[in-house]
Design a protein around this ligand. Structure first.
Ligand SMILES: Nc1nc2c(c(=O)[nH]1)N[C@H]1C(S)=C(S)[C@@H](COP(=O)(O)OP(=O)(O)OC[C@H]3O[C@@H](n4cnc5c(=O)[nH]c(N)nc54)[C@H](O)[C@@H]3O)O[C@H]1N2
Ligand SMILES: Nc1nc2c(c(=O)[nH]1)N[C@H]1C(S)=C(S)[C@@H](COP(=O)(O)OP(=O)(O)OC[C@H]3O[C@@H](n4cnc5c(=O)[nH]c(N)nc54)[C@H](O)[C@@H]3O)O[C@H]1N2
Ligand code: SF4
Ligand SMILES: [Mo]
Length: 872
């Protein structure tokens, strides 16, 4: 009998519903309110990515397999001993917005209510904490007031520091569909880069990095000047007007001054301010260009100020809207996974501490905030935190200042890492590795950006001894002596307790109230349909929007206007390019989940740092050249390439590369641990870097059924999967090509053939079959590795070999449409040779851009660039 499972995507905060048929066929769930059937490339690849190349299957202590019993007893004993010797603050948890609400709840309860300190922080500190603080300051509670429908119903949508086309593709698609239906709706993108989202906007404001507070303060002043402030609303529902107007009196916020400070032209700026003033239905969606800043919280509040002044909060088509990054970033904020919250939207005041302690029946409760992520790792480095449990995150790559983080990981007395794979940069430091059950293998709930709770459901058993994270956490709790408090038979029991806590003595002061979901039967929990919170017991209410009536979660019910004083980014050196970091369309974070799928690597197969044409010319460096990038914190190697979406003297590098995929490509080696003073969120988006050439003596490409088997590691390499094996780009500045050949020749299995032009190809033969090909030459290859991979495992034939290599060398394979594997070359040919000059034509002939639609912007760009080159 066929079996259908309804679940939720494991990736971004859109929270798309997914249907799985018989564990083997995946599709978007047309009934899910977030996506109504649509999926992006990452979501549609989920089943394939479950096949991890190196899945962690058993608990492992110092490299030895041991059963769960041994592992859990070890943790409980070490924790109890450390607490006895150094107190509860010597234990730390570092968790993740990729945990399910149930996992997160148990982790938080164990740390704050039973270990009795608050040293649990999460990668949401790197992601959402500025938005959390901005909401808390303005509304008295961390609440996103709006819903996705607002993004379709507004007349002005402003994306600030958000490349939604790539990072929340299904939402972007909904926006584009709404614009097609409602031409009066304007889209403005505020981003120093002309991203794929900006390409498709009515107006792109390419402001100078870090000047957002100026821009929004200027907007607020403009609203006063043109009489568009809703005075009645402001009087009735806000506080802080006097401080804000005093600040805005400064002529520095006049239009002309703002244009200059933000590096914008006045016409564009005025157009934006006018649109805002004239369109009551305005949504401002913001993400990491706002949050990841030395003043991320102020940036958030400056946006919220403009919405409060115009009464545009929680109304249809009118709200500030913070998009969440990870699938359960919101759920983590609900349970209280940050070191600065207690639980369920309660803080560390005496009343909340007493209430939560009573609810949990806990022996000792944390009474003050713990270390925020960056400080937590400093405390580990200094030995103040002696044991650290890292769950579902890869801080060796994702925290700023990788050298310092690695020093902490290396110094930690007892490091536990719960993971799906042992092949992460963080797992390599672990004393104890715990195998986690992952997406599709575990049960629980997630909450998306619009407060919609949906179930993730299992459709397959975890392999080996992998177990869900909540189970490991609860077992440790029991073994530490808290048997009753952690005696959960399943996630339903955890859910019910969490939901009850949100409603406990909650007489309306906290919007987060799941009382109506606290008494679900096991069947009801299993069948839970997606729904937004609050869900009050005994009452059904429209939860789509909150605060629409102007009553907020502050003691006096009024929202707070914050007088946000602009600050410049904190930079450790004056000289160099201003490096911005962020995401690529097809990769997920540190690539542990997405880097092993050839399809997802094709659009961006090696680490690149990009600058615009002018900056490239000025640098004296060559496009395509390998460069050292350096900052006072460290050094990175990447290929330098041109991208005119960037402004002069600005550079961009993705955040995804790790030591598992390339030599020194992790961009956080360069980023300083500068944090926002209110939220503690790192300033990932601005770092000054210097570029110098990497003087390669040769460049190479390896295509093989496995990793290259030679004792020699070139200084630079970058690997990616290809069908049937892997491909590596190589370069070395120490030994010569001749010396390289000598290393290979010693093994005796290699056959060397000359290549046309310069260089040679060395063929690794085993029983007469090709196991690998190494091309080495003076210049870098732009070749079609897919063709070369076709030669693997076939018997050697010199003529076929040289013909294929020639063909491969002629080809360029940058993939534009990942869904249908359509390359830039194919698209250019279709435009130039078949004379196609419209998107629809490309879609009909090549199918590109017809599935998830995320490449549509790029297709349009290619259509234009080919047209321009015709004209030339
Ligand atoms: N494909 C993909 N999608 C993802 C993820 C992924 O790894 N891959 N991760 C998910 C997660 S956890 C998150 S948090 C989200 C992040 O989603 P986004 O925030 O949309 O993504 P980023 O690329 O980090 O940064 C957004 C933009 O901020 C801009 N920016 C930099 N500095 C400034 C500035 O000073 N002002 C302004 N206004 N903009 C600036 C950058 O140029 C960049 O285009 O994506 C989620 N979705
Ligand atoms: N320079 C720079 N740095 C950044 C950012 C940036 O824009 N620029 N963005 C920041 C942001 S917003 C974020 S969210 C972080 C993300 O950074 P990380 O959280 O470090 O990145 P991930 O690769 O998602 O790590 C999650 C890990 O959890 C594992 N995993 C998956 N599912 C499970 C599970 O169910 N249980 C367990 N135990 N493990 C699991 C995966 O294998 C993976 O290794 O990076 C931050 N760092
Ligand atoms: S938009 Fe986000 S939630 Fe939806 S399929 Fe893509 S990654 Fe998954
Ligand atoms: Mo994130």
């Amino acid at each position: 009998m066929s079996q259908t499972t309804q679940t939720t995507c494991a990736y971004c905060g859109v929270g798309c519903g997914i249907t799985i048929q018989d564990g083997a066929i995946l599709a978007g769930n047309p009934e899910h309110p977030a996506n109504k059937g649509a999926l992006c490339i990452k979501g549609s690849s989920l089943l394939e990515t479950m096949d991890y190349p190196r899945r962690l299957l058993y608990p492992r202590l110092e490299g030895r397999h041991l059963g769960w019993d041994g592992a859990l007893d070890e943790i409980a004993a070490r924790f109890n001993q450390i607490i006895a010797e150094s107190g509860p603050e010597a234990i730390g948890f570092y968790v993740s917005g990729q945990l399910l609400t149930e996992d997160y709840y148990v982790a938080n309860k164990l740390m704050k209510g039973f270990i009795g300190a608050a040293n649990i922080d999460t990668n949401s500190r790197l992601c959402m904490s500025s938005a959390v603080m901005a909401h808390t300051r303005a509304f008295g509670e961390d609440v996103v007031p709006g819903c996705y429908e607002d993004l379709e119903q507004c007349d002005l949508l402003i994306l600030v520091g958000a490349n939604t086309a790539w990072t929340h593709p299904v939402i972007f698609r909904r926006i584009q569909q709404a614009r097609a239906k409602r031409p009066q709706m304007k889209l403005v993108v505020v981003d120093p880069r002309k991203t794929m989202s900006a390409e498709q906007a009515d107006l792109h404001l390419g402001l100078l990095p870090g000047t957002d507070v100026w821009l929004f303060n200027g907007l607020c002043r403009y609203l006063f000047e043109v009489g568009k402030v809703d005075e009645a609303y402001v009087r009735a529902h806000t506080q802080g007007l006097a401080e804000l107007t005093t600040l805005l009196d400064d002529p520095a916020y006049e239009l002309a001054a703002i244009a200059q400070t933000c590096g914008l032209n006045q016409t564009d700026l005025l157009a934006f301010y006018r649109w805002f003033a004239e369109r009551p239905r305005t949504v401002t969606l913001f993400c990491q260009g706002v949050n990841q800043s030395n003043q991320g919280t102020d940036k958030g509040n400056s946006i919220i100020n403009a919405h409060l002044l115009t009464g545009r909060v929680g109304k249809p088509g009118a709200s500030p809207f913070s998009m969440t990054g990870q699938p359960n970033a919101m759920g983590g904020r609900e349970v209280g996974g940050l070191a600065t919250q207690l639980a369920a939207h309660m803080g560390f005041n005496e009343t909340d501490c007493e209430r939560v302690q009573r609810f949990w029946g806990s022996p000792r409760i944390a009474t003050r905030s713990g270390h925020k992520a960056v400080q937590l790792f400093d405390a580990v480095r200094k030995g103040e935190v002696r044991a650290l449990w890292v769950i579902a995150t890869n801080p060796a790559i994702s925290l700023p200042d990788s050298a310092r983080v690695r020093e902490a990981l290396a110094n930690c007395e007892f490091l536990i890492v719960s993971e799906m794979t042992d092949n992460t940069d963080t797992a390599k430091f672990a004393h104890l590795l715990l195998p986690a059950a992952g997406w599709g293998e575990r049960e629980g709930t997630v909450t998306n950006s619009e407060r919609c709770i949906s179930r993730q459901r299992a459709f397959t058993a975890p392999p080996g001894e992998a177990r869900p994270d909540w189970w490991a956490l609860a077992e440790v709790g029991k073994r530490m002596g808290f048997a009753e408090a952690f005696d959960y038979p399943n996630t339903h029991a955890i859910w019910s307790e969490f939901a009850a806590l949100t409603a406990f003595e909650n007489d309306g002061v906290r919007q987060l109230n799941l009382g109506g979901l606290a008494a679900l039967s096991a069947e009801e929990y299993d069948g839970l349909a997606p729904q937004q919170w609050p869900v009050l017991a005994g009452r059904s209410a429209d939860a789509r929007r909150l605060f629409g009536d102007g009553r907020f979660s502050t003691p006096d019910g009024k929202a707070r206007l914050i007088a946000t004083v602009p600050q410049a980014p904190v930079l450790e050196q004056e000289e160099g390019w201003l490096l911005n970091t962020g995401r690529l369309r097809d990769q997920w974070h540190t690539m542990t989940r997405t880097g092993h799928l050839p399809r997802l690597m094709e659009a961006e197969p090696y680490p690149r740092v990009t600058v615009n044409h002018h900056t490239l010319l000025q640098s004296g460096l060559e496009p395509g050249q390998l460069v050292h990038l350096s900052s006072p914190r460290g050094e990175v190697l990447a290929r330098l390439e041109r991208d005119d979406a960037l402004a002069d003297n600005e550079a961009f590098m993705p955040m995804h590369w790790s030591d598992s995929f390339t030599a020194a490509g992790g961009v956080n080696r360069l980023v300083a641990p500068v944090t926002d003073p209110v939220s503690g969120q790192p300033q990932f988006k601005q770092t000054r870097v210097l570029a110098t050439p990497f003087n390669a003596r040769w460049h190479g490409v390896w295509v093989g059924v496995h990793e290259p088997e030679w004792s020699f590691v070139p200084r630079w390499w970058s690997r990616r999967p290809v069908d049937g094996g892997e491909c590596r780009l190589l370069a070395d500045d120490a030994c010569s090509r001749q010396e390289l050949w000598q290393v290979l020749a010693r093994k005796g299995q290699w056959l060397r053939l000359p290549l046309k032009g310069d260089g040679w190809v060395a063929v690794l033969l085993k029983q007469g079959r090709i196991h690998g090909l190494l091309l080495a030459g003076d210049s870098q290859w732009q070749l079609n590795t897919g063709l070369l991979a076709g030669l693997l495992k076939v018997p050697l034939s010199a003529s076929a070999l040289s013909a294929t290599i020639e063909q491969a060398l002629a080809g360029d394979t940058r993939m534009v449409c990942s869904c249908f594997r359509v390359s830039e070359k194919q698209i250019r040919e279709a435009i130039e040779q078949q004379g196609i000059h419209e998107l629809a034509g490309l879609q009909a002939s090549l199918k590109c851009g017809t599935n998830c639609g995320t490449c549509v912007g790029e297709l349009e760009k290619l259509l234009i660039s080919c047209r321009v080159s015709y004209a030339e």
